[in-house]
Design a protein around this ligand. Sequence first.
Ligand code: CTP
Ligand code: MG
Length: 216
Amino acid sequence: MNYSTILLAAGRGSRTNLDYNKVFYHLDTDRTVLDASLALFLDDEECRQIVLVCAPYELDYVQSNYSKDPRICFVAGGDTRQQSVCNGLDAVKEDYVFIHDAARPFLKPYSIYELKKTLEIEDACLLMVPSVDTVKLVEGGYVAQTLCRDQVYRAQTPQCFKTSLIQKCHEKAKNAGKLATDDAQLVEWYGKIPVRVVYGDEENIKITLPSDLIHD
Ligand code: CTP
Ligand code: MG
C-alpha cells in the first residue's frame, strides 16, 4: 500500500510554554520531536512522499535541515490546523494519504502497519484509544450527561484516507466555513461513508502541555 504522509508542524506549540515551536524540542541529544516523527515515515518504504507542513516563517530553516531525502517536500501551513492540512493536500501525489501531527513522535511502526492494512478495505480510518476515565458533558458548570464509557474513545493521528475523499471533504468544509477538530470529523460531516476505528496505543501522545516534556 503506497501512500503520502502530510506531517503537520506548522503550529506554535503555545500550550507547552516553550519559547519556540514544540516540534523542535529535543527528546534527547540527537533527536527533536520532528526528527522522530519524520523518521517513522522515512523508515517505511511504502511511504512514497512526505509533505512537511511548516509555519511560513520556519519554512527556510526546515527546508535547509530536511531536504536530504527526495521524498520530502515542503509546504507553508495556515492559521488553523485545518488550513494547514488543506495546504498539504494540494501537494499530495499518492491515492492514499496519512495525516499525522508531528507533535506525536511516539507512534508505533506497528500502528502504521495496522492502518495500511485497514486502508486496503476502507477509505477512512484513524487511530483511537478507549477512554480510561469516565467522560461527562458539562453545561454551565453542572453535569448534563454521563457518556457510556464503553463507547468513548480518544482520537489520535495518523488519520488515513483515500486522497480524493478527504480532498472533497476539506473543500466542502472550506466552502461552508466550518472548522472541525480533526480530519475524521470532516468525513463524518461530508463523506457519506463510515470512519473505521483502528486501536492505537496510549504511548502515542500529542506533546501539548509542559508536563508532556521530558524534564531532567
Ligand atoms: N498545526 C499545524 N498548523 C496549525 C496548527 C497546528 O500544522 N495552524 C500542527 C502542530 O504543529 C501539531 C499538530 O498540528 O503538530 C497538532 O496541533 P496542536 O497540538 O494544537 O499544536 P500547536 O497548535 O502547535 O500547539 P498549541 O495549540 O498549544 O499552540
Ligand atoms: Mg493548536
